[in-house]
Design a protein. Structure first.
Lengths: 297, 297
């Protein structure tokens, strides 16, 4: 196995499997064609009420677009319209229950969100999701040691797999520092003071097709140097246990296995590059550096 | 001015201005069409001798390729053939004098070089060039301080401009560590022991059209933490003076001015991101992270 294999695994999708959707000439996400039809059907009632809603438009062979007509609506009215459609699709057992957390719907950056959507529906609508991943480490006598988290057995996603010390999604309009404090407390029992000492060190991106739809993700990466005597404590049940590993063990585990949750491998590869553990003597070096930031559709 | 403007400035080129050249179906570089004609003319003598040499091939509108027929030749014979053509073009005042340093000619990585070419001719032939850039810094009481170099007034390229503490090209087959030691000694008077403590922290890439031709470059980046009492000393005349600046001053100078040599801005922007001085609150953050590694042609 090679480090690049993990990047490949996070970047599996095929353009013809998805239709762009958006409004006013902007692409806001990507949906599977059968789901596009279901959205159109669910928005029929809206259309008769207000001439808004979703419609499929054909601009030529292979150029089909799911167009959202929402002129003159403010963001919260857009949120309501999306939520109304999602509610109907949930009642038809096409979508799961909402999670109650808002994610941005944006053609680019978080601060350019045109409206928001429940977190549970982001992958179905293939909207860009943003998150924060933090590597906690200790400068030991024999080099760096990384805190790794073992995910709880009862998690819906990736039970029992290894995880970064702290990792979480960034809700719509959440402040980066506030959200990192919240995640650091919930997942590792860290104080706000310690969370604030985390250093933002870059970002990774990838785009992956899942059963639900498409996940074009941007993850902000943080390094957090911790005192040797601190032991993280999970307070929200996501993590079963924390272990402190020599960085070489983390490196070997990433290189040789799939024990880490899919996208955590990328966050760790970025850490290993920035700290000089993966070096330019690795033939894949430049490919790794470049492909950790995949262009998003 | 924005940080992104420096990335734009390092990525100015237009595909139709260049023809790919290569052999056996591999692209090795990009040349301007008039220079392609001059290469073909200079290789006419070779063709009559050995049926090898350069020829323009038309595969369709806009699909012209400068093809190098060098089957059954070993790398050193290829070097000789390129050198012979370059010598003729130098005698015709089309090319400058050779510099006497070999650069790789590769479709991808340094270790995939098919032959080599004099450093002076790499931009004319639009071959990938590799280099090493090092930021020397000190952990001061009030945060990081960076060593910046003022280039000598008699330099052919970028006289009087600011530079990274150590920066140099990577010759064909040069060992990364050996070359960094050599550059650290020549440009900053650093011992091999100190040079070896530099940490490889990633890479940047960019592609820029120049008067000569095309420069698709990959620069390996290094961080070197230095003791406060050490003062670098230039031993080869490239640098007129070294100054130690608070990182905020370096950041403002990069953001507001063109005082730094073009590609050094990118190396410093990467440093500022990795050390948390440019944060995800900057609206350009992800664009910066991504575009510091431009895909090369």
């Amino acid at each position: 196995m090679r480090f690049l294999d993990h990047i490949d695994a996070c970047n599996r999708w095929t353009r013809p499997d998805f239709l762009p959707w958006g409004m006013a000439g902007e692409i806001l996400g990507w949906v599977r064609p059968p789901f596009a039809e279901q959205i159109v059907a669910a928005s029929t009632a809206l259309k008769s009420q207000s001439r808004s809603g979703f419609a499929l438009e054909h601009f030529g062979p292979g150029l089909e677009v799911l167009s959202w007509r929402v002129t003159d609506l403010d963001p919260s009215a857009r949120d309501d319209q999306l939520a109304h459609i999602c509610q109907q699709l949930h009642e038809q057992n096409i979508l799961p229950a909402p999670q109650g957390e808002r994610y941005p719907v944006t053609p680019g950056r978080r601060d350019q969100a045109r409206c928001s959507i429940d977190r549970a529906y982001a992958p179905y609508f293939g909207t860009r999701a943003f998150g924060q991943h933090l590597n906690g480490y200790v400068r030991g006598r024999n080099g760096l040691e990384l805190w790794v988290a073992r995910r709880a057995a009862d998690r819906r996603n990736y039970p029992n797999r290894l995880d970064n010390m702290v990792a979480g999604g960034l809700p719509h309009e959440a402040d980066l520092r506030e959200n990192l404090r919240k995640e650091c407390f919930e997942e590792a029992g860290l104080s706000a003071e310690i969370a604030d000492s985390a250093v933002p060190v870059g970002a990774i991106s990838y785009c992956r097709a899942t059963r639900a739809g498409l996940k074009p993700d941007i993850m902000y990466c943080y390094d957090l140097e911790l005192p040797a005597e601190l032991t993280p404590v999970c307070t929200d049940g996501e993590v079963a246990a924390f272990e402190r590993w020599p960085v070489e063990r983390v490196m070997n585990t990433v290189r040789e296995t799939d024990e880490f949750k899919l996208n955590c491998n990328l966050v760790i590869i970025d850490f290993l590059i920035r700290h000089g553990y993966i070096t330019p003597d690795d033939p894949d070096y430049f490919e790794l550096v470049r492909r950790l930031r995949s262009p998003l559709p």
